[in-house]
Every structure is written in C-alpha cells, then in structure tokens.
Design a protein around this ligand. Sequence first.
Ligand SMILES: Nc1ncnc2c1ncn2[C@@H]1O[C@H](COP(=O)(O)OP(=O)(O)OP(=O)(O)O)[C@@H](O)[C@H]1O
Length: 285
Amino acid sequence: MRRDLRLDNVGRRYGLRGPWVLRAVNLAMAPGTLTRVEGANGTGKSTFLRLLAGIDAPTEGRITGRPRTAYVPERFPTALPFTALGYLTHLGTVHGLSRESAQRTAGDWLERFGAAGYARTPMAQLSKGSSQKVAVAQALLAEPELLVLDEAWTGLDTDARAELERAVAERTAAGASVVFVDHDPRRLAGVPDVICTVHDGSVNRRTEQQTSRGSGPRTVVVAQGPSGGTLPAETARLPLTALEETTAGTYRVTVPASHSDVLLRALLTARPPWHVVTVGSEEAQ
Ligand SMILES: Nc1ncnc2c1ncn2[C@@H]1O[C@H](COP(=O)(O)OP(=O)(O)OP(=O)(O)O)[C@@H](O)[C@H]1O
C-alpha cells in the first residue's frame, strides 16, 4: 500500500530575502484523494501546486512520499520543436512505454480530447485551446499516481472540459490522488474529498463531508446485480451522492455526472456483469 504524501513544516519564498509565500505547512495527503486548492489571487496556490508536483523545492521543511507524479502547469510551454503526436509519443517513451504503445496511447488521448485532427501539427502552430489539450494529455499519458492540475480546464472547449473531469474521475477511481486549482467554483463541485485554502502563507485543510456533496449535475443509474449481489468494489471509491436498494438486488445509484462513466464501467465489467436498467440525469437542488 502506498504511503501518504507528507509536507512537514514546508516553507517557500523566492529570493534570499523575499517574503514567505508559504510557511509552516504541515499536511498529509492520502492516496486516492481528490483535493481542491482555493485562495485569493496571488496567495500562493501555484506555488503550493509546484511544491506538491516536485517542480519546485521548499525553501525549508520536507516533502516525502511523493508517488509517480504528473503536472499540468498554469502556462504550458508551446514553442517546442515537435508535432503534438511527436511530443506525446516522446514523453510516453520517457515514461517507459515502447514507441509503438506510446504512439497509440498518445493518439488515444488526442482523440479523447477532440484533438486528433492536430496530431501532426507542430506545437508552435497550435491554438491556445489545442495546446492546452496537449498539456493535459501529457499529464494523463503516464497514468500518474498523483496528478496536479493548475487551472488545467482554462482554454479547453466544453467537450474537452467534461473529458478532463472524466479523466480525473478515472484517476481517483484507480486509486490515484488528484490536486487541482480552478477559478470556476462549479468545477467538480461537490466531488472533492478535501479542500485546501491558501491564505496568509498557510494552507488550511478541511474534509468535505458526504452530506455537503452533490452540488452540480448528477447521473442516476438504476442497475440490477446478480441475485444477492453487492455493488462492485470499485464503486466504494466513487463519491456517491445517494444509494438506495429499491428492490432486492436492484440499486439506484446517484453520482456526480463527471463520474458516471466510471460507475457504468465498474457495473458492466463486473464478473458477472450488472444489468443497467436506466441512466438519467438530475440537477442538484
Ligand atoms: N518564480 C517566482 N519568482 C518570484 N516570485 C514569485 C514566483 N512565483 C510566484 N511568485 C510570487 O509568489 C506569490 C504567490 O504566487 P502564486 O502564483 O503562487 O499565487 P497564486 O495564488 O497561484 O496566484 P494566481 O491566483 O494569480 O494564479 C506572488 O506574490 C507571486 O508574485
């Protein structure tokens, strides 16, 4: 079992005499946790994310237990001498995939984000939105155990934004941790397990209670299991907003819409598979 990512007395300031941006940050982050980081402009959210991602080092204190990590920076460097597919394939091989499998995985991610048409376009010629799709794909490619997203939804079109929410749901369902900052309070609303607020150099952590979950669109799935069946184990990792056994072996399961694909996959790939009776949507009150 993986250990927690721990920050012990972490501080960061820029320059020898710069003001402390973060100070005395003590935190533990358990595997499989979805964490939203909030705070006013300029309070140090990106600094905190860079430290978590290992892109930057603390000025004081220690960070331990960082698993295999991927990061989407607030500003992705676009002037790289590669095509989109070439860049992602190259990164895939850096992550240990064979060239063939790196190219296939890279192509799959471009397809998922609706950017397959730009696969052979040089990175420097991509629009802001398309280059953001490459930024996101490079992080998801390696199936990281910790995914750090700094405003990663910014610049994406509606479909790609929803796809990124689904990809986050897949990572957490697979037991990975995801930490994100997003200016839109509706982003994955009601889904995070933990909210970290950066304020005055401190990071305050609070756990989201199950009861406060469920703002934002939801999907309601009615599914029938094999007789006497209990829900597949993967569903225990999903942020269910409601669960009701309507008749013996038939469940009505409500999840945030971002997590419906993960739920359906868990039900349909269970052995023996579940029968999905209906799938509907519901707006939270
Ligand atoms: N590389 C750097 N060199 C010097 N100062 C920096 C650097 N990066 C960040 N800072 C300073 O650290 C403080 C926190 O910046 P940071 O970008 O972490 O905040 P933020 O909460 O992410 O801001 P925003 O909401 O505007 O993205 C700011 O005062 C910023 O000017």
